[in-house]
Design a protein. Sequence first.
Length: 290
Amino acid sequence: MKFEPVYSARFTNEYIRKLFFEAKYGKVKCDFCDSENVYFVDEDRIKLRCRDCWKRSSLTHGTYLENTKLSLRFWYEAIWSFVLGHSTAKTKKLLKANNHQKVHRIYRTIREGIAHRSNKKLTKNANAERTRDGEGQEKAPKLSDDLLGFLEGNDGRNHPLYLVFKNEDDFYLKLLKEPSEILGGSGEGVKLHPEEVSPGNPVGLGCLFHGKGEYVNPSSSTQLEGLWNFTKSHMQVYQGVRQDNWSYYLKEIEFKYNNRETSFDEQVKEIVEIMMKGKNCFSDVEPGNS
């Protein structure tokens, strides 16, 4: 696909390729037997063959980039635009790309990768917490009276609500699947979407879209209000989001908020690593369509 490099204009193809290789392997090796006795079979130095097991693999094998026909440089450019908060339309215009759908597909893949990694991290932390407390089964998160009161005040409004969890220094956002069912009960057994685990009880509750005067909760901390304001300003970039994709946009907000003090360059490298590790490294949950 034709495009004009912006963020990678000063880098060689070798540098871009090395960045993706190191994100996947650390050192170049066979995907099947882990042998480092491999050699490249193409001029672009993407496809490999192992001298021990004689199987062929490639840089993109088992990653989110598998079967892609887009160049590594274009992926790098799109990841930079994603980190900077550009919409797909702005990215297409900035790169002078001739296919908007391919830019959108990369953004969708990035969000899926971020969501899978977050879900896997939460599963690991939740299992460790239950083991430490001697509990064999997971408990459903319970809403406090304060959060139930906030939820009642937003009952019947046609916009998505999400729960805010805190694990160490990071916040995790989870879309409420059926808010009306929570109000009909006691706050036990909160249904989440689409994950099944949670790191304890939620510390806040907010809305994905703004404009009606909603806040996280009346007694929320300054940090939670900052998160809600970040969510509000971030969603202004997008002019309409399909309901099936709400949870993935929440994970995008979660990633950017938790990395708000990290440099853009480090965020790009982290997303490259997520893309190159592949979904099997993060979670068994299958993502929906974006």
